[in-house]
Design a protein around this ligand. Structure first.
Ligand code: IMP
Ligand code: MG
Length: 185
């Protein structure tokens, strides 16, 4: 269990309309810590990482390599926003899991928990597939906008209530390939 996560503030210089928030080095260091905690907590077991597409694909890829356990990766496609930056509250499944997770130690890997609606909905859905355990690992959390309390066992960073992009996170499908995370001005 990761007990305290860094609280992050933005830098002051805007580059190409993006205010840098988390450098790729800071992200990599934190992902290594999360991987070490998961490796410790699940010692002697194998786990299934459920990567929530599309936003989590880069985080899940790095996290998987930071976990020194037998790992299986599954993908779950969801769409929770339209083209804008506010949650519609509607979670649409665009791609279901390809394999069963019954009896497995499942870790839901999410890029960011904002209102919490997406993760709450996905936990409810995945519970019906009868995993042995079901926990959440999120890179980012914006507690300011939380409407549904969701348990986050492994959390990278708590951030302020700003719209962020990069490292898998998008604005209308752009910016996912930025190696760092920044605030869209
Ligand atoms: P929630 O259902 O409001 O918790 O939103 C979760 C989803 O909204 C995340 O998985 C992201 O895909 C998206 N999202 C929320 N905040 C941001 C942001 O600041 N930047 C990019 N995507 C975001
Ligand atoms: Mg997402």
């Amino acid at each position: 269990m990761v007990r305290s996560e860094p609280k992050i503030r933005a830098a002051s210089e805007v580059v190409d309309g993006i205010l840098p928030l988390l450098t790729s080095e800071a992200i990599a260091a934190r992902v290594r810590e999360l991987g070490a905690s998961i490796t410790h907590d699940y010692e002697g077991r194998s786990i299934v990482l459920v990567c929530i597409l599309k936003g989590s694909f880069i985080f899940a890829a790095d996290l998987a390599r930071a976990i020194a356990l037998p790992v299986r990766i599954e993908f779950l496609g969801v769409r929770s926003y339209g083209q804008g930056t506010t949650s519609s509250g509607v979670v649409q499944i665009t791609q279901d899991l390809a394999n069963p997770i019954e009896g497995e130690e499942v870790l839901l890997v999410e890029d960011i928990v904002d209102t919490g609606l997406t993760v709450a909905h996905l936990l409810e859905l995945l519970r019906t597939r009868l995993p042995r355990t079901l926990k959440v690992c999120a890179l980012l959390h914006k507690p300011a906008r939380l409407c549904t309390p969701v348990p986050i066992e492994y959390l990278g960073f708590t951030i302020e209530d700003r719209f962020v992009v990069g490292y898998g996170l998008d604005r209308a499908e752009a910016y996912r390939n930025l190696p760092y995370i920044g605030i869209l001005e």
